[in-house]
Design a protein around this ligand. Structure first.
Ligand code: NAD
Ligand code: UDP
Length: 321
């Protein structure tokens, strides 16, 4: 692989973005991390500040950006339901205007662009497991639509820029991913359950807990994203990346309780509207095109994530004392 490219990571201070910046730097690239810190903080990348190949820029991708780079990873977008529903109009703007601005930049620079899309483009899927050929079952006017439709439109834009301007595009559909540096209050199920268990608070299962998700550890996901960027020009995706191991939310809660040794009780809360009943990626295409499959079993990834939150929460407690 050629080294020393200039790479823009939008949303680079976020959970996945910060891991990506780290890995790109480790491979010898120059990394420009752009973020408006809507759902993150400098803390996620503070260990990179001062690295001679790392630059951090505060910028909102709904506005044009004029920089010089060779590749673009477009990750900027709130990802948890709590965060993306906080200001749904801004969420759609971030996906759609953000994609337009980053595609305009890519076009001027003749740079490759990779879009972080999502399993949410399948909505509440009727086809199970989800293959890339499935067009989805998305409510266009519900609470999740700002995210789902915004991401769908971003995919459309990437493919139209390819057809109209022959741009080098890559679209990855990311399924639920977890790991260190998730926001402790972002409401996503893995961070919620771990934080609740470590604090001895009730574990909140929404609905009966029989809905399923497939959880991928961050390191595996980043590996797939970087492999995708390195594929030849004719490989555009969309391509599913995630861990096909499927668990009910109740099973996840029980595993977190076991691994933390917590005395927390499980309680049931109302199920949010349009909450998908099942989700599992078919990753045959990723296996074939990227020679990739996730390596971290849920139990192993949870142990690492619990260790992260344990030290994160203790450091915050010490700071508050
Ligand atoms: P995150 O919320 O930790 O990161 C998103 C980052 O984007 C944050 O740093 C945030 O401040 C930044 N951002 C938001 N709006 C912005 C704007 N207008 N301009 C500039 N920066 C902005 O979430 P994440 O889990 O790291 O997700 C990263 C990407 O991956 C997102 O595009 C998300 O949709 C996608 N994705 C993630 C998952 C997952 O399970 N983690 C699943 C599917 C898709
Ligand atoms: N969930 C839950 N308790 C929580 C947070 C989430 O039971 O404290 C459920 C949520 O209703 C959904 C699943 O866990 O069925 C995954 O939620 P998350 O917000 O992590 O991601 P989603 O896949 O729904 O975008």
């Amino acid at each position: 692989m050629d080294v020393g490219r200039r790479i823009l990571v939008t949303g680079g201070a976020g959970f996945l973005g910060s891991h990506l910046c780290e890995r790109l730097l480790a491979e010898g690239h120059d990394v420009l991390c752009v973020d408006n810190f809507f759902t993150s903080s400098r803390r996620n990348v503070e260990h990179l500040i001062g690295h001679r190949h790392f630059e951090l820029m505060r910028h909102d991708v709904t506005f044009p950006l004029y920089v010089e780079v060779d590749e673009i990873y477009n990750l900027a977008c709130p990802a948890s339901p709590v965060h993306y529903q906080f200001d749904p109009v801004q969420t759609t703007k971030t996906s759609v205007l953000g994609a337009i601005n980053m595609l305009g930049l890519a076009k001027r620079l003749k740079a490759r662009i990779l879009q972080a899309s999502t399993s949410e483009v399948y909505g509440d899927p009727i086809v199970h497991p989800q293959t890339e050929a499935y067009w989805g079952n998305v409510n266009p006017v519900g609470f999740r639509s700002c995210y789902d439709e915004g991401k769908r439109c971003a995919e459309t834009l990437l493919f139209d820029y390819r057809r109209q301007h022959r741009l080098g595009i890559k679209v990855v559909r990311i399924f639920n991913t977890y790991g260190p540096r998730m926001h402790p209050n972002d409401g996503r199920v893995v961070s919620n359950f771990i934080v609740q268990a470590l604090r001895g608070e009730d574990i909140t299962i929404y609905g009966d807990g029989q809905q399923t998700r497939s959880f991928c550890y961050a390191d595996d996901l980043i590996d797939a994203m970087m492999r995708m960027m390195a594929t030849p020009d004719n490989v555009t995706g969309p391509i599913n990346i995630g861990n096909p191991g499927e668990f009910t939310i109740r099973q996840l809660a029980e595993m977190v309780i076991e691994l933390t040794g917590s005395r927390s009780k499980i309680v049931n809360r109302p199920l949010p509207s349009d909450d998908p009943k099942q989700r599992r990626p078919d990753i045959s295409l990723a296996q074939e095109m990227l020679g990739w499959q996730p390596r971290t079993p849920l139990r192993e990834g949870l142990i690492k994530t619990i260790a992260y939150f344990d030290s994160f929460l203790s450091s915050r407690k010490i700071a508050a004392e």
